[in-house]
Design a binder for this molecule. Structure first.
Ligand code: ADP
Ligand code: MG
Length: 475
């Protein structure tokens, strides 16, 4: 059985961190032995709501006035965001060369227990591991750039069906929904490539150096091939584009080694360390100026910042983009409270609240990629040094979600299989292609579950803190 299980998890490999430069070194991705319970209704509701989220975030990215209002104070103290903003402003002023933009999103949630009132007063819902009748799906963050795991997760449902069967558990097919988000995400790239309208132009994967997430990306690349065998692909780093990229005079086509680029797909570019050479900022500007379709455009990257998400929690902000009051209400229902820390009265109130009850909050900086949040006492020590300065506008405060704890076996290469209390984060993938006024493509390719031990604050897959997982529906 162990051997058969190993061949089953061979479908879920990642590049080994010990030797990132050596492409042949791969390892099993961390994975839960069994799937985790997720109420069917909740997952289905999030899936249908995602079409509206896709559209809303696209519209946010098209509304520079809204973005400016959101980011004004952050840009004064955060040079990285300011530089992205400057590019957004400059390309808008010069005149947008490519009105179509592509979003490949992941909307992350946790199953919150905070608002649950159990029928039985002796049951503490926070310790319950039985079916949660009334967990509420609460948004953790909306990712607009380099959203990962669609490739890695695309075989995990099969592994879980296998391990449950081997353990002698009865289940129906629909209890572990089929999940192939890589195909749907790849479709987004193919649709954008078609809209660009030049069959010899390529889809450009802009990746890191070294790139640990290669196998996640390769799966997308394979699925592009399944969708349309004729799409040319290139993998490049910022360094390579800087050396061999240029804009064609006249029509602003992006050329890499002379090959025209239809779609720029960023799997990097969201952290200051990705711009380790000053020249890479010029390279980013060149790509944003080009007539290639960007995934995401710099505006869409900015729409995904934590500051914008905090501003979307304000009354009327969702309604600015969503006409249907029922849909706006459903979107709002997924939000927990978020607070600005700008240097004003509202920010003062938030600082006071977090100093009184730090355990109720998460402090977030406008950075992506994990490891940037502060919790509990660390919030107080960080804020005490800057609480009277504009510096505090670098951060936002978010109400802490109380995720439903379950128990599961965690499987990681080189570690004993162990039974742990865990919490699960559910990501819903979304693809949106459109202009300011026209929707060309809107889809929800699937989901990803990432599970971490209940006592760990952060949950990055690539940093080894979370485990790939699948939803198991209890009917
Ligand atoms: P990023 O992934 O860009 O670093 P996130 O907002 O996703 O930032 O936060 C990282 C992790 O911190 C999440 O995956 C989640 O485990 C945890 N987290 C974030 N926000 C909350 C929250 N409001 N309540 C509880 N945990 C949170
Ligand atoms: Mg995250």
């Amino acid at each position: 059985m162990a051997t058969r299980y190993r061949s089953s998890v061979k479908r879920v490999l990642i590049r080994s961190t010990e030797s990132p430069g050596e492409s042949e070194k791969v390892n099993y991705a961390p994975i839960t032995l069994f799937p985790s319970s997720v109420p069917r209704n909740s997952l289905e509701q999030l899936t249908s709501l995602q079409l509206h989220f896709n559209k809303m975030m696209h519209m946010v990215s098209q509304d520079l006035e809204f973005l400016q209002t959101c980011l004004r104070n952050l840009n004064k103290v955060d040079n990285f965001n300011k530089r992205l903003w400057d590019i957004a402003q400059l390309v808008t002023k010069e005149g947008i060369t490519q009105p179509v933009s592509l979003g490949m999103f992941r909307n992350d949630y946790m199953m919150d227990m905070k608002h649950v009132t159990p029928d039985d007063p002796d049951v503490d819902p926070k310790k319950s591991t039985s079916a949660p009748e009334c967990v509420q799906m609460k948004q953790v963050e909306f990712n607009t750039i380099a959203t990962g795991s669609a490739g890695l997760i695309s075989n995990v449902d099969k592994v879980h069906r296998y391990s449950l069967t081997m353990a002698g558990k009865q289940f129906t097919d629909s209890q572990i929904p089929v999940n192939k988000p890589a195909y749907g995400m790849a479709m987004g790239l193919v649709e954008a490539w078609k809209v660009y309208g030049n069959k010899s132009a390529c889809v450009l994967f802009v990746v890191m150096e070294p790139e640990l997430n290669t196998l996640d990306q390769r799966r997308l690349d394979l699925e592009i091939f399944q969708c349309d065998k004729s799409v040319p692909l290139k993998y490049v780093t910022f360094k390579r584009i800087t050396e061999s990229g240029n804009l064609r005079a006249g029509d602003q086509a992006l050329l890499i080694d002379g090959c025209e680029v239809a779609v720029v797909y960023y799997r990097t570019g969201y952290s200051p360390k990705h711009y380790c050479s000053e020249k890479y900022w010029d390279t980013r500007l060149m790509m944003e100026r080009s007539k290639a379709i960007k995934c995401p455009s710099v505006q869409c990257q900015l729409a995904g910042t934590k500051k914008v998400q905090q501003e979307l929690c304000r009354p009327g902000a969702v309604e600015r983009f969503i006409d249907d009051p029922e849909v706006a209400h459903q979107i709002r229902e997924t939000f927990v409270n978020q607070f600005s820390l700008d240097l004003d009265e509202e920010g003062d109130e938030a600082v006071n609240a977090v100093f009184t009850n730090p355990q109720n909050y998460v402090l977030k900086s406008s950075r992506e990629g994990g490891g940037n949040n502060k919790y509990g006492a660390d919030i107080k020590s960080l804020l005490s040094g800057i609480k009277d300065s504009e510096e505090r506008a670098k951060y936002i405060l978010m109400e802490r979600i109380t995720p439903w704890p379950q128990s599961t076996y965690l499987v990681k290469s080189g570690h004993e299989v162990s039974l742990k209390h865990v919490v699960t984060e559910i990501g819903i993938f979304g693809v949106y292609l459109g202009t300011k006024d026209m929707e060309l493509y809107n889809s929800v390719p699937g989901h990803v579950l990432r599970t971490k031990t209940a006592d760990s604050d952060e949950g990055g897959l690539m940093v080894g803190q979370s485990y790939l997982d699948s939803p198991f529906h209890i009917d």
